[in-house]
Design a protein around this ligand. Structure first.
Ligand SMILES: *Cc1c(COP(=O)(O)O)cnc(C)c1O
Length: 233
């Protein structure tokens, strides 16, 4: 078995244990394999092991990898998620090549993605990135901005608002990990109470996916635990 296949098995065991501990069916959590900085061959190895959803942070690298993987595996239906910072002049390739975007934090970006989404690709799935307290990066809408942003994004024709995403500050204490994820879960619940049809919490990475699942994550974004340590970024 390849290293990537073995790593995927270990991540799967972690997800299975966490969903069981949370009393949730395994099918309620999607594993997004974050392949940023890793070559197409690594993605193809993960595909051979059964993985179908991949996350990329850097636009040019991601678009090139999507094309290379499609050439190698033309008949496979894969899901590509954009999870990196979005520059407003780079929205068109994102709208064209990806199935999901996790990092929308401003209405202007959402409007451009909606205008530029090719109609034949169907609506682009959107998560709003939220800056929950203690965030390392300055990215993300504040909790105060969220209700209005969510209402506006939900009204755009070529987008489908799915939910929320956050990247909390790395913590080794599971209780602190859970507290940050619980904040995002409650923000999602309040959007639902406002009548928005959101079903997604994108939270949890290699170091904290178990805590995220205990707090309701529906997508965990896992990179290094699958592909190994990154040499840059
Ligand atoms: C790199 C990255 C991940 C994966 O991080 P790991 O710690 O390698 O699992 C998840 N989400 C985002 C937004 C990332 O940039």
């Amino acid at each position: 078995m390849s290293t990537i296949a073995a790593n995927l098995q270990a991540v799967e065991a972690t997800i299975a244990a966490a969903t069981e501990a949370a009393g949730r069916p395994r099918s309620t959590v999607q594993l997004l394999a974050v392949s940023k900085t890793f070559p197409t061959e690594a993605v193809l190895e993960a595909i051979a092991a059964g993985q179908r959803a991949f996350g990329e942070n850097y636009l040019q690298e991601g678009v090139e990898k999507i094309a290379a993987v499609a050439r190698a595996q033309p008949d496979l239906s894969l899901e590509w998620h954009f999870i990196g910072p979005i520059q407003s002049n780079k929205t068109k390739p994102i709208a064209t090549h990806f199935d999901w975007v996790h990092t929308v934090e401003r209405i202007k970006i959402a409007q451009r993605l909606s205008e530029q989404r090719p109609p034949e690709r169907g609506p682009l799935n959107i998560c709003l990135q939220v800056n929950i307290s203690g965030e390392v990066t300055k990215s993300g809408a504040t909790a105060a901005e969220l209700p209005e942003l969510a209402r506006q994004v939900a009204a755009l024709p070529n987008l489908r608002l799915r939910g929320l995403m956050a990247i909390p500050e790395p913590q080794s204490d599971p209780a602190l990990q859970r507290a940050a994820f619980a904040t995002l879960r409650r923000l999602g619940e309040s959007l639902r109470a406002d009548g928005l049809m959101v079903d997604t919490l994108s939270m949890g990475m290699s170091g904290d996916m178990g805590a995220a699942i205990l707090e309701g994550a529906t997508i965990v974004r896992v990179g290094s635990a699958i592909f190994g340590a990154r040499e840059y970024h």
